[in-house]
Design a protein around this ligand. Structure first.
Ligand code: GTP
Ligand code: MG
Length: 335
């Protein structure tokens, strides 16, 4: 995110508080966008080794030290915790209303923080509209289904529309100018750029009190750039790194991550719906929740896929001036 400014780092979080990191290494880390212990912990050993020229053993050690320090500072849970503590920690997980009661019900109350939620479906199925609506919802107070938080919107397809946000906010009775001011948009022009933006994410999250990070769409650049079977391994490796970087961000900062994904024809599928999400196992295994969207005339149908906690059922929502919404007869019943 191209913000030209001095990077101020909280003393407690400075990378030099980790034994083994001096001024020279600090410089190298900073040049790679790693300023804080949080950045060190989210970067992962391979990246640290790459930047510092250390061997992997030392990089793993420093990465672990960063994680330990974060645990001491209360920013991260310990590696081993009792199930009781885990239950308490999970109480910090909060939810963002999607703007549709039906969709919220399907999600068990809304989009979770500390998790990665993926919406996939064909063109026009409503993925981008869900993202736009969430931008408005997350900013609302907790009593209204929001988290009083800002948004980072990583737009890889050039489909982010401030005008649409404005329309949705107004239709919902929110102040459009104020809503727009809390959405930080980064247009990612290719997969390498997309990865670079994610490195900057931690700082943006802290600075703008972000509670929701959107990537619309996560896989499109990888799909367009890596063509043919021969490049598949490299593509999946890069995608894997991207997915894990963003998942670590969700955990370290307790934010919600929402990804969109396209579908491709699955020629080996003779039964059922002949479409599946792109990105293969990498995306499927990293996403905490996956929702499949379908068009049904004017309505849209969402289904939770592969979740052990949610019943497999379809819910209906629609697209209107409020972004996404419940079908008319239901929303009028609520009013
Ligand atoms: P791709 O990105 O092409 O894969 O599709 P998507 O799933 O992101 O679709 P998107 O969310 O853009 O949904 C497009 C649909 O939303 C359109 O077919 C319209 O029905 C609806 N839509 C888009 N903009 C508006 C709008 O301003 N007002 C209303 N009422 N509906 C809109
Ligand atoms: Mg879209």
């Amino acid at each position: 995110m191209a913000e030209e400014e001095e990077i101020e780092v909280d003393e407690d979080l400075d990378v030099t508080t980790i034994a083994g990191i001096g001024a020279v290494t600090k410089q190298k880390l900073n040049e790679a966008g790693i300023y804080t212990i949080l950045d060190l912990a989210t970067a992962g050993p391979a990246e640290i080794a790459d930047v510092t020229d250390w061997d992997v053993t030392k990089s793993v050690e420093v990465n672990n030290k960063a994680r330990k320090r974060l645990v001491e500072l209360g920013r991260l849970g310990a590696d081993f915790v009792s199930a009781t503590d885990l239950l308490i920690r999970r109480k910090n997980i909060t939810r963002i209303s999607t703007g549709s009661k039906n969709l919220d019900d399907l999600l068990g109350g809304g989009i979770e923080t500390w998790a990665l939620t993926e919406f996939y479906g064909e063109f026009g199925s409503g993925k981008t509209q869900i993202c736009h609506t969430l931008c408005c919802m997350v900013q609302q107070p907790i009593s209204e289904g929001g988290l009083d938080g800002g948004v980072v919107y990583i737009d890889t397809e050039g489909t982010f529309r401030p005008e649409r946000i404005s329309e949705i906010a107004t239709a919902r009775g929110y102040d459009a100018a104020s809503v727009l001011s809390r959405i930080m948009v980064a247009r990612a022009y290719n997969s390498a750029h997309q990865e670079l933006i994610v490195k900057d994410l931690g700082r943006m999250i802290e600075k703008h009190k972000v509670k929701l990070v959107i990537v619309d769409s996560a896989v499109a650049h990888y799909r367009a750039e890596f063509l043919g079977r021969g490049t598949l391994a490299e593509r999946q490796q890069r995608l894997n790194r991207f997915m894990h970087a963003i998942l670590r961000t969700a955990e370290v900062y307790n934010v919600a991550i929402v990804l969109t994904n396209q579908v491709q024809a699955a020629p080996d599928s003779f039964f059922g719906d002949p479409t599946r999400a792109t990105g293969g196992h990498v995306v499927a295994h990293t996403s905490t929740y996956r929702l499949y969207l379908r068009k049904a005339g004017k309505n849209r149908i969402a289904r939770m896929i592969d979740s052990p906690y949610h019943a497999e059922r379809d819910i209906v929502f629609m697209l209107d001036e409020r972004g996404i919404d419940d079908p008319a007869e239901e929303s009028s019943k609520r009013k």
